[in-house]
Design a protein around this ligand. Structure first.
Ligand code: HEC
Ligand code: HEC
Length: 266
């Protein structure tokens, strides 16, 4: 009689312990899942900041691509067909992080070929770039975060991002400041401001810009010249242009200001 009671009690203890353990495990699992989501969200957020700083000039603020500078990263094709197109055997995540780390010396599509310049610089510190492995992971998470909208699973309200007015005197004045602080004057003359002579005289570039390239307006031409000087060779500067970069890393805002300033030079 006694033994049965003892046995039952023992069994009960085992069941209770097991239940507690199962409960603890499920809580832990939930906690870990929550943590993973939080970590992912944090990486995406860090990636957004880095993207804004380093990538949006060529790929667009929303990953929509920018003319001949860089392809869209936020569209269905990129998420569904791109790997097949380039014959990449790994995952999209590996493709994105490898592209960011290594950059692209030669474009895979003629539209982005430029003029034999490196079309996308390498970002990994291992290849002379500016970013650490964790920053490349954050950028990769940020780019892949466009999947849901690209595949039409979620639609976002589009916010109008106010573009600056390129004829606003205040923006022009700020552009002049950027011109000075970014060291453009080392290579370029602007009458009354700088006397650099490695690159073309920019004193009247606002008037010349529209005439440089067929089907490229002045605004686009200036942006392109600042970002990839070799996209067009000014007569007499073909050789020197190969070794000289104009823009380095400018923010979209600085690029707007500089463009406004250069457009005002007549
Ligand atoms: C100077 C312009 C430029 C900058 C800056 C730039 N990219 Fe690119 N990127 C390109 C071009 C051009 C290509 C594609 C060329 C090709 O192969 O057709 C490309 C390709 C890519 C691809 C692969 C897209 C595809 O369709 O295969 C990814 C992903 C990418 N870039 C991410 C980034 C990220 C993230 C950054 C910022 C760290 C960045 N890029 C900065 C120009 C740029
Ligand atoms: C190290 C020297 C150097 C620096 C610094 C430099 N550039 Fe240039 N830039 C050049 C050279 C060389 C060319 C001519 C390249 C060509 O024709 O492809 C050029 C071309 C240009 C052009 C096209 C001019 C035209 O007449 O079509 C513009 C615009 C320009 N640069 C703007 C800038 C701005 C803005 C800065 C500062 C952010 C800057 N550059 C910094 C060397 C430089």
């Amino acid at each position: 009689m006694h033994r049965t009671v003892e046995l039952r009690l023992g069994l009960l203890a085992v069941i209770i312990t097991l239940g507690l353990l199962l409960y603890a495990a499920s809580v832990e699992e939930e906690r870990m899942a929550r943590e993973a989501t939080a970590q992912q969200a944090c990486a995406v957020e860090v990636g957004a900041g880095l993207y804004d700083q380093h990538c949006r000039t060529c790929h667009g603020a929303d990953g929509q691509g920018v003319g001949q500078l860089g392809p869209a990263l936020n569209e269905r094709h990129f998420f569904t067909q791109r790997l097949q197109e380039v014959g990449w055997a790994g995952t999209l995540e590996e493709y994105v992080s490898a592209t960011i780390a290594l950059g692209r010396v030669v474009a895979t599509r003629p539209l982005y070929a430029g003029d034999g310049v490196v079309v996308m610089p390498a970002w990994s510190q291992a290849f002379g770039g500016a970013l650490r492995p964790d920053q490349i992971r954050a950028l990769t998470a940020f780019v892949l975060n466009w999947r849901a909208t690209a595949l039409g699973e979620v639609t976002l309200l589009t916010l109008e991002i106010p573009r600056v007015r390129l004829d606003d005197p205040q923006i022009i004045a700020q552009g002049q400041e950027v011109f000075v602080t970014a060291g453009c004057g080392r290579c370029h003359t602007v009458a009354g401001l700088s006397d650099g002579a490695i690159g073309p005289d920019l004193s009247r570039v606002g008037a010349l810009a529209a005439t440089r390239k067929a089907d490229t307006n002045a605004d686009q031409y200036l942006r392109e010249s600042i970002l990839i000087p070799n996209a067009y060779f000014v007569q007499g500067f073909e050789e020197i242009a190969r070794e000289n970069m104009c823009g380095g890393i400018l923010s979209e805002e600085q690029l707007d200001m500089l463009t406004a300033f250069l457009l005002s030079l007549h």
